[in-house]
Ligand binder design. Structure first.
Ligand SMILES: [Zn+2]
Length: 208
């Protein structure tokens, strides 16, 4: 079964592409090409949809389309698109990091607009892997939108990666703490999509 075509805000110009079916990234952080295998359950539309829905929900107040449809804009289309490849382990990509890899500000700066989430590694170590894969996607994309780690708050999507707890546990969300307001950074001038629905009430994920 192919990966379902999902789009949280298809009218938005800015795209966060969740790639579940494998991808070759020509270059990344001075290395490559890197081949990301498909997400192990890419054929399970319920799981793919559940992961997408969690990520889309966290980004719902921004004028950003969280989508499983390849925007076909390449990896270096600053302020327009970025890709998170979900699958495999860090060994497959070779870019370091146990559960994910990203380059800070890559959505708008010279770094490759790409990130990786190593779903096989997450599944091997956590029983609630579905939710943690979604958190990891939001986290690595957050780096791409310019966010640094929060080190002093728990339950944050941007909590520093800890091998034992993976982003901590609690109520996932964006935080304003330690000198970083996550909402302000993501919705700030570096990124091109700003806010859409500040209270999120107009969010209607549409699947096609
Ligand atoms: Zn991180």
């Amino acid at each position: 079964m192919p990966v379902p075509s999902l789009s949280s805000r298809s009218s938005a110009t800015a795209k966060l592409y969740l790639c579940f079916d494998g991808r070759v990234t020509a270059s990344f952080s001075g290395g490559g090409p890197y081949t990301s295998p498909a997400y192990g359950d890419a054929g399970d539309s319920d799981k793919v949809t559940a992961i997408w829905r969690m990520v889309a929900n966290w980004y719902r107040i921004f004028n950003l389309d969280v989508t499983t449809v390849d925007p076909a804009a390449g990896d270096d289309n600053d302020n327009i698109s970025t890709t998170v490849a979900i699958g495999g382990t860090s060994a497959g990509v070779g870019a370091g990091g146990a559960y994910g890899t990203s380059l800070n500000g890559s959505f708008y700066n010279i770094s490759k607009n790409a990130a990786f989430v190593y779903s096989d590694s997450i599944e091997a170590n956590f029983s609630d892997a579905l939710e943690l894969i979604a958190v990891a996607i939001a986290h690595e994309a957050g780096h791409g939108f310019g966010l640094q780690h929060h080190t002093s708050v728990s339950g944050s999507i941007m909590e520093g990666v800890n091998a034992a707890t993976l982003f901590g546990y609690g109520t996932w969300g964006w935080r304003n703490a330690g000198g970083q307001d996550d909402f302000a950074v993501i919705g700030g001038a570096n990124n091109a999509f700003y806010y859409a629905d500040p209270d999120g009430t107009l969010f209607h994920p549409d699947a096609s």
